[in-house]
Design a protein around this ligand. Sequence first.
Ligand code: URP
Ligand code: ZN
Ligand code: ZN
Length: 459
Amino acid sequence: MALLIRNGEIVTEGSHVQADIYAENETITRIGKNLEAPPDTEIIDATGKLVFPGFIDPHVHIYLPFMATFAKDTHETASIAALIGGTTMYIEMCCPNRNDDALEGYQLWKSKADGKSACDYAFHMSVTKFVKETESQLRQVVADGTASFKIFLAYKNFFGVDDGEMYQTLELAKRLGVIVTAHCENAELVARLQQKLIAEGKIGPEWHEPSRPESVEAEGTGRFATFVENTGATGYVVHLSCEKALQAALAAKSRGVKLSLESVLPHLLLDKSYAERSGVEGMKHVMSPPLRPKHNQDVLWNALAHGSIETVGTDHCPFDMEQKLLGKDSFVTIPNGISGIEDRVNLLYTNGVNRGRLNLDRFVDAASTRAAKLFGLFPRKGTIAVGSDADIVVYDTNYRGVVSVKTQHTNNDYNGFEGMEIEGRPSVVTVRGKVQVRDGRFVGERGRGKLLKREPTHF
Ligand code: URP
Ligand code: ZN
Ligand code: ZN
């Protein structure tokens, strides 16, 4: 069925226009004033509302065997949560560990999503070791349409790569034209500091941050940037959390290193004091890099406003309270992760646009357009234009609500952002021309999501 969205204010990066959008066969085919449509067209009145391109979360974990357990969501639950919050596409980290075969891992991650997601999706392929067969395996993954890699400098002996493996990954990525995303913390320092703190009897979640201080992230960020520089590759730092790491990244960018930066919702809105709460309350807020002292938040928001931090993801990674309690005797074994896929857009709009920290252009760019451009999805995704997929968010800026576990769709028994106010939410969300969400309710087709094939673009 065709779709006509009437009379909204269409906001894309760099343009705001009052117009109608007509979509047919999944694609936007006309944009203009007073568009006519055939009688059986589904008509949505967007008067008084903002109309955004579908939002893209470039960093989520859905299927994730990690820290002796599994992240809680499935593609079914995560995609519905994402859509209710206005995210019409996510990029999941495909994370086989060092002992797994990379290609088998890739097939496994694909099988977990296949036919289950209600929104479109893609993968970043993690490279967690570099052995004889790695190059040919990664070539097959790229040929299959997964044109971005992920490396972890942290999580020694599990996901983590050493410097040699980082070099080989970046060097291959350069030849293939593939961007490399990286979790930047010095694994050796984390391991040593963890041991030291535990030996001193410092076992609670409040010690997680001191075991991975800002300097440890800054070192990882600077080292990754130096390797990107010397291989000529294109890099993307995920979940940059603090001023020191930002300085390391900006120093590299100022010498021309091809580096993009992402921050994630928890680091923008939550601080170290959340993880210092006692018992499981603190454990709920353990992720890596850790929540930081509060002064870092202004630094991140400023960098985001100016575009030196380009994207905002979530690092969505839900573990429930029982799982978090795996770390009751030692912060080292608390499963790392906080969810956010459902709340990213509303909390970013509220705390960014409505608090005067982000203009609407940067908001749309950071939450949608830039990720589409960096990861080979633009202009199919990330904009509202003739020829683009009809992924559209009609946004009600008058809505008022509160983030709560009681109303969330993410599969978890708490919400790390509990009680935060939201000023705005999607009233209609479409995926390739089909209405999937109305006013906080999923009304669409489960399993509609497609795995999107992407071409390498970073030569
Ligand atoms: O704590 C986190 N971030 N958990 C997910 C894995 C990762 O490092 O992204
Ligand atoms: Zn990470
Ligand atoms: Zn992550």
